[in-house]
Design a protein around this ligand. Sequence first.
Ligand code: GTP
Length: 354
Amino acid sequence: MQAVVLVGGEGTRLRPLTLETPKPMVPIMNVPFLERTLVRLKEAGIDDVILPAGYLPAAISSYFGDGARLGLSIKYVIEETPLGTAGAIKNVAQYITGPFFVLNGDVLTSLDLKKMRAVHEEKRGLGVLHLIRVADPSAFGCVVHENNGKVTAFVEKPKREEAPTNEINAGTYLLDPAVLDLIPAGRMVSIERETFPLIVAGPRPLYAYTTDDYWIDLGSPAAYLSAHHNVFDGAMPLGIGQGTNGPGANACEANSCVPPVFIGNRVRIAPDARVGPYVVLGDGCTIGAGASIRNSVLWDDVAVEDGARIDGSIIASRTTVGAHAVVRTGSVIGHGGDVASGSEVEENARVTAG
Ligand code: GTP
């Protein structure tokens, strides 16, 4: 079976992280998020993957190549201008040979793709949509369906009190190739706003598949930090526990780490630094004497100098947080957005290089 993983978005909500790193290459526990998705596909027996890309595509293709390292065959189809979530699928139509999965490239979930496939084979409709239940559906696309699963309506981002259901589109679809005939070519088309409503108005049904799996849209910095929290707590099963994890865990000496933490390769932590809880350090990070880091994700080669404090923040690769600087909750420091010694970064700040 084939899968189309949509990886062409600009990831504006994750800026400045996504100014140099396309969202699919943003790491989850030090591994590009897309790699975690591709491994999940492979485990479900899906090894023919098509990646419609457009934003910083070389960063993706140079890392994954033809997919052989993961036991996959990967084809890249680059859009000159963004075609939207359905336009991107239409643009790869010539490679589709049968029913195929479509995955939003920014969803982290424990969904069982094999079970979803079995639902499609039983229902034999035009497709199956994965839905999850959320407390507040107002930021999502609500999907209304009958008891037998047949989808009857899509309501995008309703007011909370007007939402017809708390079941939302979770961004994984299994589609029959006949769907491709319903998408116009050569222009921007949204699958949520245009294609799915068109299918619902037509003769062949779409079916809902609602599960209680772990699910998060990694689109925002807050969601990105929550996802790491959820992996540590086991809500998202990635086999990483509450302890001192990662290939560089032995860098935690003399009680310098407060679990849970995940430590990359070649990391150096001063014995009297305090790292954790809920901290991820990428490869090559150095943490100076007396520095303190909590609830934060640092990418590769971040230097945290003596006495610096970082709380609830995300720091991109090759960045220095100077001695005794303070980075307050909710901040996002982009690649090379060095923080000067002794300075303070306010809550929820966005810092870019220069
Ligand atoms: P924001 O700009 O922060 O909203 O993020 P985004 O650009 O990723 O948009 P969104 O979260 O709505 O996209 C959902 C998924 O579809 C993501 O995996 C995107 O990479 C992908 N996507 C969105 N638009 C396009 C497009 O025009 N072409 C392709 N190939 N993928 C797209």
